[in-house]
Ligand binder design. Structure first.
Ligand code: FNR
Length: 348
């Protein structure tokens, strides 16, 4: 099975089309590019065992998520400022989800209003929440998302310290925020990190507070440690996204493949387990499901499609991922996501 042409085409086109600073912002990781590659290579390193001659006439990628029936388990991870990549922006991504029965997580740093994005969607979207420095400033953003009809809140907890990866061009901004979050001013001798950023970062107590405010399923995004996954369940979260943020925050973390099995053992069945970071094909998605994930998210790959062909490019990426997931199921003899979970990945 040839898996790369569509994505490698979009990757090349996106690089050719986007100004260098925007391309760098999209592809950047927290270090020298090592983590970005390590994330993708770790999925490739997992091996599949062919199982021919299975009866697969009624096979399906359908799954259940928080009481909804979905056609497939491939979500679009939150990506900030999508108008940077194409004029269609987040609305283009929402339209692509309509066409391909996909689900997207609208970033707190979206470049179009939540109301407009959700209006264009044929199904309720998920909203990704970034902490806004304190509870009083976070609540209005959360309330806006809930009032717009967000059907789940994904609270990203792994990026409390923001590196400025690029200056935004005119006309692109985080339009849903009352004001951009900046580090607190510090006195000489104080720490930029601890006194500037971390004094407004959320803690587990804030997760408990958030749980009281959120009337829809709440997921924590950016957990890698098994104890944090357990704590999320104890705090009443309905889901977690196991993620190293595509390598963009802390350099030299383990890959998701390295931590997922123990997290599944610890909290599988108690909350939904989603994963992202380095997933580049339907085969990778299959492997994540075989390791016990309930669904997968992609980040950069759909933005390569957006940059190349707007909404159409995003739709083609979702479709291609799904087709490839189906082909992988066909060749490994899995007729459902349940079946995939029963299959052990090949161990040499
Ligand atoms: C991100 N990511 C991200 N995550 C989040 O919770 N809120 C956000 O606003 C953003 N913004 C963002 C911008 C860009 C340009 C990228 C590439 C990523 C992280 C994203 O949701 C996801 O965790 C990773 O992108 C997954 O890794 P891959 O698929 O890009 O390897």
């Amino acid at each position: 099975m040839q898996s790369l042409p569509l994505l490698s085409h979009y990757l090349q086109q996106a690089q050719a089309k986007l100004p260098a600073a925007i391309w760098h912002y999209l592809q950047a990781d927290a270090g020298d590019g090592h983590q970005l590659h390590a994330n993708a290579l770790a999925w490739q390193a997992q091996k599949l065992m062919p199982r021919p001659l299975q009866q697969l006439h009624n096979a399906s990628t359908a799954c259940e998520m928080f009481g909804e029936r979905w056609a497939h388990p491939i979500l679009l991870a939150p990506v900030a400022y999508q108008k940077l990549f194409h004029d269609d922006g987040e609305i283009g991504t929402a339209v692509a989800c309509n066409a391909q029965q996909g689900q997207m997580m609208v970033s707190s740093l979206a470049s179009q209003t939540i109301e407009h994005i959700i209006q264009q969607a044929q199904q309720p979207l998920w909203f990704q929440l970034y902490w806004q420095g304190d509870r009083a400033r976070t609540l209005p953003l959360l309330e806006k998302a809930l009032a717009s009809g967000a059907s789940a809140i994904v609270f990203t907890v792994d990026a409390p310290v923001k590196q400025s990866l690029m200056d935004l061009p005119e006309g692109v901004s985080a339009v849903n925020l009352a004001q951009a979050l900046a580090p607190l001013p510090i006195a000489p001798g104080q720490s930029t990190v601890f006194d500037g950023w971390m004094s407004q970062a959320p803690t587990w107590e804030d997760v408990h507070w958030l749980r009281q405010q959120v009337t829809v399923p709440l997921l924590l995004k950016g957990l890698m440690h098994v104890d944090d996954a357990k704590r999320a369940v104890d705090a009443g979260c309905e889901g977690i996204v196991v993620s190293n943020h595509g390598g963009r925050v802390l350099d030299n973390t383990p890959t998701v493949t390295a931590v997922l099995p123990q997290i599944v053992t610890a909290v599988g069945g108690q909350c939904k387990i989603l994963v992202d970071s380095g997933i580049r094909s339907g085969q990778d998605a299959f492997k994540a499901l075989a390791m016990g994930a309930d669904a997968v998210c992609i980040g950069r790959p759909y933005i390569w499609g957006l940059a190349t062909e707007g909404a159409m490019g995003v739709a083609k990426v979702i479709r291609w991922m799904r087709d490839e997931l189906e082909m992988t199921m066909a060749l490994t003899g899995a007729s459902s996501l349940q079946d995939i979970r029963q299959l052990a990945l090949y161990q040499s």
